[in-house]
Design a protein around this ligand. Sequence first.
Ligand code: UD1
Length: 407
Amino acid sequence: MAGEVVVAGAKNSALKLAAAALLAPGRSRITNVPDISDVATMADVVAGLGAVVEREDHALVIDATELTSYEAPYEVVSRMRASIAVLGPLVARLGRARVAMPGGCAIGSRKVDMHISGLQALGVRFAFEHGNIEATAPDGLHGATVTLEFPSVGATENLLMAAVLARGTTVIENAAREPEIADLAAFLGALGARIEGAGTPTITVTGVESLTPADHRVVGDRIEAGTFLVAGALTGGPVTVRGVDSAHMEMVLVKLEQAGCHIETEPEAITVLREGPILPADIQTLPYPGFPTDMQAQFMALMALAEGSCVITENVFENRFMFADEIVRMGADIRIEGHHALVKGVDSLSGAPVRCPDLRAGAALVLAGLAAEGETEVMETTHIERGYERFVDKLAALGADIETREE
Ligand code: UD1
């Protein structure tokens, strides 16, 4: 595989920006929005609250002049956990919210306790009834200092979106530092919010009375970019990804270099080339700027073919090694012990029918299939469509031998 691929806007940013648009009465326009099914789901969530949503080519126009509901029902939250991002904006704008409890998830029990305790500190009262989170703020929101136990992305975002309309100053300590948080803060800033320190562990928000709509371009998707870079690393490349800020990918690039790849960066483009063997590189997932958990499965696919052994440690989610079970069926030698995976590189993988356990593991199985001998049939690809726009077309354009068949 060789050539260039342009990555879409970040899924994990676009979803939260759509929720944030609820904070500002009027028409906000979000551009560089990926054409993926999770965005369609978020558009449904936001429309269900009364906002008027128009989908344009890679853009969402959200008119939040009038909200007619404060409820995100189970039907949507169970489809997409990120729907919980409307909790903060709804309590901030309407003083109440009803959001279904997300429930179990394929990658370990993903709790919302930090979302709840953080918002409580801002004056939100909670009740849990009939599987719903009932949030009310009868006296409005007030600023507070909240120290997160862990730099949760979702909790940081919900707190940020609530704090912008709270009375006084909110300080979020141990905040998540992901580029998507900085992107959200930039959009909120364009709406008129006063935020300092987004992208650092301490975010300070000075509440304002109201916000006004704005336009914003979604930051490039560093996980999509990383996925194509691993595809290049597996097959040799050179593969160039465009549309992503290479500064957002430092740890992934370091690990690709340790794995024997040559990396070249320009501000908005990264090229990977591998001439020698794949070398083993230990990985541990951590909150940003550590190695992203959303790249763990793709890297495991690469390490499965390394010349030697390595340890992959998952620190962010409880149970995120479902990919290993599938790739072992293709001949990989991987042993799981708690939150460590011991990966012994093998000379080759052999194509097999496999099932996507989730979004990133699904993408990683496709990459493994590209590197494997013979045909690999990857089933249940709707997981992949949640987060990758035209994944098969983009891989085919790079020269991959890949096609879509109806299941
Ligand atoms: C977001 C991303 C996801 C990514 C993850 C970590 C979106 C839509 N999803 O998920 O792709 O893998 O960040 O980079 O943006 N936790 C608690 N209590 C809480 C909140 C979280 O215990 O209140 C735990 C979770 O169970 C998990 C860890 O903290 O083990 C990280 O979760 P978090 O950073 O919140 O991830 P998400 O926002 O759900």
